[in-house]
Design a protein around this ligand. Structure first.
Ligand code: AMP
Length: 391
């Protein structure tokens, strides 16, 4: 049985208390340093408002990019403070350190219900090495800890794992919703369960496919990874991407009878060609870059019968118009279905948001690697750290 997470919503809070709130602020940036997409920052707003309205002083921490233990002005968290200033907090102060006098003075100077944003934690190598003393120093700033960084919970880092040894620790609203949604799919979802997996490589998603084959009634495979499966069934795949080392594994999964493969493919001479054709068997000199119309029709039929849907990974090279149709059509099919639907991470989330269909999905995950690892293992180190700290 799943151990319940200790939710921040149930904690008794007094005005003036200080919360250390870890968020996933790994947002894409424009060249001028402004935020290109604030999806992850918006996802944690309910937690921030909850704390703000109870007069908590919020110490907000996270990381952007991979500075690998060095200061990198292009990856400062100043943009996070700017984003929340006026939007969530009247006063949101950026500090260029993560503990010490400058930080303490900033916390002392703000009023209850306001916020201090710490510098990018990954400017310090101790963050990624899960260093206990570093975590203790971070913990020393606050009365309690809130983890709302689901997308980082697969990483054993000081502000995700070690810090829970030193403070009463709680799950934020976004993290709790993520875990609930994935548990709904993995354990509590109504059958038939239909999983849709696409993207580049079978080898990247081995554990996920293994888990989903067991959990699902039907597993629809699209994207480049479909060609490894199609090859295992004797379909001619031309120059399409294929991982020959996994053809035997794909054949074994096919024996479960649950896997549904593309019936036709949108092919071209190269990924940059505008000229495309739709075929089943692919000649040499051509490669498949999207699922064809017959496949869309078949996948739609299966999706329409689902009571629970999980989707991860695009059906083709959706970044290019000429290969985007399969992904868009599957996005529409999932959005119009009455099933409980979860879209897990990365490109499929970008596709659904690009089509402005996210409000028709039950849960759109903020995690990429974290979502995949949760589906594979049924938990994450950061989530476990909160469960063992239940109080
Ligand atoms: P992933 O990160 O594994 O979900 O893979 C996403 C990437 O796979 C996207 O950038 C897609 O353009 C790419 N992709 C999907 N289908 C194909 C395909 N048929 N051929 C080449 N790349 C593909």
């Amino acid at each position: 049985m799943t151990v319940q997470l200790s939710s921040i919503l149930k904690r008794e809070i007094n005005p003036g208390q200080v919360a250390f709130v870890r968020i996933d602020c790994n947002v894409p940036l424009n060249e001028d340093g402004s935020i290109a997409d604030a999806f992850r920052l918006d996802a944690v707003v309910p937690t921030l408002i909850f704390l703000r309205d109870r007069g908590v002083k919020v110490v907000l921490a996270g990381a952007i990019g991979r500075p690998k233990g060095n200061r990198d002005e292009a990856l400062t968290t100043q943009c996070v403070a700017d984003y929340y200033s006026g939007k969530v907090f009247e006063n949101c102060v950026y500090v260029s350190e993560v503990f010490g006098d400058e930080v303490q003075n900033a916390i002392n100077s703000i009023s209850n219900g306001e916020c201090v944003v710490l510098e990018n934690l990954r400017f310090w190598s101790e963050e990624e090495s899960n260093d206990e003393q570093f975590a203790k120093n971070l913990a020393g700033l606050a009365d309690f800890y809130v983890n709302d960084a689901f997308g980082q919970c697969h990483r054993e880092q000081a502000s995700i794992v070690a810090i829970t040894k030193f403070l009463p620790s709680f799950a934020g609203v976004c993290l709790e919703e993520e875990v609930k949604a994935l548990e709904n799919v993995l354990k509590n979802g109504q059958e038939p369960v239909v999983s849709i997996v696409g993207g580049a490589k079978v080898s990247d998603k081995l554990g996920v496919i293994e888990a989903l084959v067991k959990r699902s009634d039907f597993l629809l495979i699209g994207g480049a990874m479909a060609y490894t499966f199609l090859k295992s069934q004797g379909v001619v795949i031309g120059d399409s991407l294929c991982e020959d080392d996994y053809v035997t594994k794909a054949a074994q999964w096919m024996e479960t009878g649950k896997i549904v493969l593309p019936l036709d493919n949108v092919v071209a001479e190269s990924i940059d060609s505008i000229k495309t054709q739709t075929v089943r068997n692919i000649e040499d000199g051509y490669a498949g870059f999207d699922i064809g119309e017959k496949t869309v029709e078949k996948f739609r039929e299966v999706i329409a019968r689902a009571n629970t849907i999980l989707w991860n990974g695009p059906m083709g090279v959706f970044e290019k118009n000429q290969f985007a149709n399969g992904t868009s059509e599957i996005a529409r099919a999932v959005a119009t279905s009455n099933a409980y639907s979860v879209i897990g991470g990365g490109d499929s989330v970008a596709a659904i948001r690009g089509l402005k269909l996210e409000s028709q999905i039950n849960h759109v995950s903020t995690g990429g690697g974290a979502t995949l690892e949760y589906l594979e293992k049924g938990t994450l180190v950061g989530v476990d750290a909160l469960r063992t700290k239940d109080r």
